[in-house]
Write a protein that binds this ligand. Structure first.
Ligand code: PHE
Length: 342
């Protein structure tokens, strides 16, 4: 009987040392040890040769051996499955799942184009805060407290401090730059502005502007016209016509609004140009001497021009977007229609 015991111990060691890397190897183990002609069956068959007085003792030993082999089989099955998932049977040549690539927002595309056109003319990028104080947004821009032109821009004020507001135009950045920098100044500043308007297809409580400011000796209205004309040609192409109309802004004198020939109907008349063939794209003018003096710039020595345009309007003309609300709804079906290199 010692022989049988030795045999069992030998098998136990063998079982213990088995490891399987695949389902095939697990199956081989099962056939060898647990199959109909397997080792466990054979060893159990030895019971008939065991003398009666030892049957109880050996029965227990054989049973334990059987349970030991079955437990090993179960654990091999688990680790075999894991190994399989982890790679042995993985087809590495399968194509990967596509990674969705985002697109730039149409307003960012247009803003980047505007900024880069002016950068080529030597304008430097400038930025200012969206929460402003009265002085930078209004006062220094020649709009004293009781000035009726303040009503042109319905302002959001900050509850906790009546001096604070959400800037109504990027002209506040002109002020921020002039208080820090001496002429020559040549800056372009894109940014978000806020006005308390009811939201509709044609108006929103926030929108985006690009401000330009150029101050040096001998800057003239001809420079303003030529600079803006260059911009329009770069932005919209050589065939687009421009016209300047006299206008009023407290911070410029003289002031002018610039129209371009309607790109949607090519001047034939449509709802975008209100059947006039022209669309207004910006306000501009020669910087008011008072504004220069507010920042200690000698208005006898220096002159300058400034302009401000709405990015949404330019975007509307370029992409024919007819509802302002689309820009902030972030509907992926809208956003993915725009592509650009910059
Ligand atoms: N700040 C003006 C507006 O928001 C635009 C403007 C800027 C006009 C600079 C003249 C000069 O309407």
């Amino acid at each position: 009987m010692d022989e049988l015991l030795q045999q069992i111990n030998g098998y136990k060691q063998e079982v213990e040392s088995v490891s399987a890397k695949s389902a095939d190897e697990v199956e081989q183990f099962r056939i060898k040890f647990l199959g109909t002609k397997g080792i466990v069956k054979t060893v159990m068959g030895e019971m008939k040769n065991v003398p009666n007085e030892k049957k109880k003792e050996f029965g227990q030993i054989l049973n334990e051996f059987k349970l030991f082999v079955e437990a090993k089989y179960e654990s091999l099955k688990e680790s075999g499955d894991a190994a399989e998932e982890a790679g042995d049977h993985y087809d590495w040549s399968l194509p990967g799942s596509p990674i969705a690539v985002g697109t730039r927002h149409p307003l960012s595309i247009v803003r980047n184009r505007i900024v880069s056109i002016f950068q080529r003319l030597g304008f430097a990028l400038a930025e200012g805060p969206e929460i402003e104080d009265d002085w930078h947004n209004f006062g220094s821009m020649n709009l004293p407290e009781d000035h009726p032109a303040r009503d042109m821009q319905d302002t959001f004020y900050i509850n906790t401090n009546p001096d604070w507001l959400l800037r109504t135009h990027t002209s506040s950045v002109q002020a921020r730059v002039m208080e820090k920098q001496k002429p020559p100044i040549r800056i372009i500043c894109p940014g978000r502005v806020y006005r308390n308007e009811t939201i509709s297809a044609r108006a929103h409580c926030f929108f985006h502007q690009v401000e330009g400011l150029y101050i040096d000796e001998n800057v003239s209205f001809a420079d303003l016209k030529q600079t803006l004309y260059f911009f329009v040609q770069e932005m919209f192409g050589k065939d687009v016509k421009v016209r300047f109309r006299p206008s009023y802004f407290p911070f410029t004198e003289p002031s002018a609004e610039m129209d371009i020939s309607c790109l949607i109907c090519e001047g034939n008349g449509c709802s975008v140009c209100k059947h006039t063939g022209w669309v207004e794209i910006l306000g501009s003018g020669m910087v008011h001497p008072k504004v220069l003096e507010n920042f200690g710039i000698d208005s006898n020595k220096y002159t300058g021009f400034a302009f401000g345009m709405g990015i949404e309007r330019i975007c509307q003309l370029k992409y024919r977007v007819n509802d302002l609300r689309l820009y902030s709804q972030n509907d992926i079906r809208f956003l993915k229609q725009f592509t650009s290199a910059i």
